[in-house]
Design a protein around this ligand. Sequence first.
Ligand code: FKS
Ligand code: ZN
Length: 328
Amino acid sequence: MELISGAIMPGFEKPARAEIIKARVESEKLGPILPSAEHDLGAAKRVHAEDFIDFLPAVWPMWAAEGRSGTAMPFSWPTRGLRDDVRPRHIDGLLGFYSFDAGANFVAGTWSAIKSSYDVALSAAELVKAGERAAFALCRPPGHHAGRAFMGGYCFINNAAVAAQWFRDQGAAKVALLDIDYHHGNGTQQIFYERSDVLVVNLHGDPMVEYPFFLGHADENGAGEGEGFNHNYPLPFGTAWEGWSEAFEDGCAKVAAYAPDVLLVSLGVDTFEKDPISQFKLVSGDYPKIGRRIAKLGLPTLFVMEGGYAVDEVGVNAVGVLTGFEEG
Ligand code: FKS
Ligand code: ZN
């Protein structure tokens, strides 16, 4: 469940999304479709705080220990002027301490979903490392809103950031991360903001008017060592292919100029005209064009699934990027 416009409702980020995408991968005969292998949490702790990662499997047991069922979600946060240097003991305090919004919620199966999504990302990364031209990590839940020690926006572990760091640890000198989800990847940006070894390029709804609101402006270019290695393209409501592709072209040029060893794509298809929570106007025919352009970069590429809530078309659109890539 999630809070939507003041009401608690079934969440947009639901299991059918992944099932529909998988069915489309099958009907388009992309593949093979491989199961994930189990991974320990070491790779997660390379980009996330250890205490944060250790908290995630504890949430539901702590919630249930209060005699509660339903959906575990935070309602109190350490905002400006409050103490964020003292970790509360109560589950309600901990949920707020490790969140930036009320949008990363738990039921009994959530930790196992988070863990499997993480396993999928790393298993797909291993295929690319082993020499595949590309792999698609059909992750669910998504990851790009999760930062070093915070969750939010349906995201818990930042799958793309974990994979990027994993490639670095496997010997890749430079990794680029292109985030084309409709929403700004605030977690990914935060994780790599002071680093020059991971280039982060983000196209998204303008945070002046769109979630996640508090990061993603054009003047955020990185800091310290990372100065010049973060690029944001905030775009207005109503952006269609013409405006989107212009920013995308610029972002792809930044990736090409960086000449990374590997490319990660945070693939959201909530840029679609019929997406129920988004305000861009891409059409289904645009997604293969995106894939073809990414292919032209000529890089080993790992696609990591993020958002996309027009469930009827989520398979066609996400897999459209992949088939476009295969052609390009
Ligand atoms: C809509 C309120 C905003 C939260 C939207 C979360 C978007 C998540 C995502 C991800 F890729 F992470 F899944 N609700 N009126 O699409 O960015
Ligand atoms: Zn999104």
